[in-house]
Each structure stands twice: as structure tokens, then as C-alpha cells.
Write a protein that binds this ligand. Structure first.
Ligand code: IPE
Ligand code: IPE
Ligand code: MG
Length: 235
């Protein structure tokens, strides 16, 4: 089986999963975060080199304050656990998104985690926090405009490659496979530029129930696809 090099996941459905069990939405987030840990291990064992998960979007600030607070608390704890897992599994962790809006202690933990894991040669694990693709592109454009103003970048030199180098995902190959759990068929502002030629896989399974077997199903389906990049298939 051909294993995709980079898998991106929109982990959705934590709230509905919990509600169905008569539990508060936050319980779903706790179980969802545990599942992230499991899937990281499974993905790496399967041979996936890059995994990028959507943990908190720029639009998720619009949720009720107690849910946002609970998610931030979870992220805070998750960063600690992740530091240990990264060491154990030799995982390299990077956060994409605008972390400037996060509390200082979370920002500190993120930088600590990125620094501590930067030379690890295991799974490349990206966590999208306060991430929105439109916001990422606007931040990239602002940085480019500053460099043009400073005279270090010529407008004529701007290419797809140069633009990509300003994105949060610089140095990370584009995803081969995108998975969204829990039945929604949309991108919700995730990696709009990077997903230009990615294969999409949607499943009704909610994120806390998304196991290694479900990941295998997604990869099997990916294998049955006829991937093209605008050309024609060689017979
Ligand atoms: C995904 O689960 C996790 C986050 C967006 C933080 P949801 O919280 O979106 O769960 P549903 O979609 O409401 O069930
Ligand atoms: C997308 O899920 C964001 C994350 C998974 C972090 P949402 O549940 O927030 O997306 P919408 O609101 O259904 O589009
Ligand atoms: Mg959702």
C-alpha cells in the first residue's frame, strides 16, 4: 500500500460525540485530545512522515466563553503531555497559526516544545492553533510587503515558491491526503493554499472514535484514487 507522506486532519465532531452520550461538549474535547496522541503514534508506525491537525480555528473564538476557556486549558495541558510524547517518539512538533493571541504561558509552552523537538527525526507533527488559512495568507502578504518596502524583496521576484516561504507551513510539503471526520463536507478555512492538489476523504465517524482502522480505511481509499496534477495519465 502506498502511504501518503503528509496527512492533514480536520478533527471534527467532539461536541456531538459527547452530547450523544449525555456528556458536556468539553468531555468530547478531552477524549478528542487523547485520540490525537494515539493517532500520532499510529500514523508514524504506518509510515506517515507529516501529520497536521486542526485544533483551534480563528473562528473558534466565536464559541461560548466557557468552551473557549476549556479548550485553552486543554491546549495548555496538551503542550505538557506533548513535550513528553515528542521526546519518547522523537517527534518534531510545530504550531501553525497566529499564536500572538494566545495567553503568554501557552505561547511559552509552544516555543519550548518547538525548540525541544526541533532536531527530532520522527513524525513531523503540526498543530494548527488559532489558525485560519485566510489569516495565514494575510500575515504572509504583510510580511512580504514589509520586505518589499525594505528593499529586500523585488515584486517581480514573487513566485509561488517565495509566497510559500512566508506561510506558516514553509518547509513542510503539501498534504497528500486530507481527512475530515464527523460528516461535514467543507474546509472551514483550513490550508486553502496547501490543499490545491490534495485528495479529500470525508467520514461520518466523529473524531473521538477515529481509530487506526479508520485511518487505514482512508489510506486504502487514497490508494484507489487516480492522482493527477493537471496532466494526463501515462498508460
Ligand atoms: C472539533 O469538534 C474540535 C474543535 C473545533 C475545537 P467540535 O467542537 O467542532 O465538535 P462538533 O462539530 O460541534 O460536534
Ligand atoms: C473546524 O471545525 C475547526 C477545527 C477542527 C479546529 P469547526 O467545527 O469549528 O468548523 P465548522 O464551524 O463546522 O465549519
Ligand atoms: Mg465542529
Amino acid at each position: 500500500m502506498k502511504i501518503p507522506q503528509h496527512v492533514a486532519i480536520i478533527l471534527d465532531g467532539n461536541g456531538r460525540w459527547a452530547k450523544k452520550r449525555g456528556m458536556p461538549r468539553n468531555y468530547g474535547h478531552v477524549q478528542g485530545s487523547k485520540n490525537v496522541e494515539r493517532i500520532c503514534e499510529d500514523a508514524y508506525k504506518m509510515g506517515i512522515k507529516y501529520l497536521t491537525v486542526y485544533a483551534f480555528s480563528t473562528e473558534n473564538w466565536n464559541r461560548p466563553k466557557d468552551e473557549v476557556d476549556a479548550l485553552m486549558k486543554l491546549l495548555r495541558n496538551y503542550m505538557k503531555t506533548c513535550l513528553k510524547t515528542a521526546e519518547k517518539n522523537r517527534m518534531r512538533v510545530r504550531v501553525i497559526g497566529d499564536i500572538s493571541r494566545l495567553d503568554e504561558d501557552i505561547r511559552k509552552r509552544i516555543l519550548e516544545l518547538e525548540k525541544a523537538s526541533e532536531h527530532n527525526d520522527g513524525l513531523n507533527f503540526q498543530i494548527a492553533i488559532n489558525y485560519g488559512s485566510r489569516d495565514e495568507m494575510i500575515r504572509a502578504m504583510r510580511a512580504m510587503a514589509k520586505d518589499v518596502e525594505a528593499g529586500t524583496l523585488a515584486p517581480e521576484a514573487i513566485s509561488e515558491k517565495i509566497f510559500e516561504s512566508y506561510l506558516d507551513t514553509h518547509d513542510i510539503p503539501d498534504p497528500d491526503l486530507l481527512i475530515r471526520t464527523s460528516g461535514e463536507l467543507r474546509l472551514s478555512n483550513y490550508l486553502l493554499w496547501q490543499l490545491a492538489y490534495t485528495e479529500f476523504y470525508f467520514t461520518d465517524v466523529p473524531w473521538p472514535d477515529f481509530t487506526k482502522e479508520e485511518l487505514t480505511k482512508a489510506i486504502e481509499q487514497y490508494n484507489s484514487r487516480d492522482r493527477r496534477f493537471g496532466g494526463v495519465k501515462e498508460e
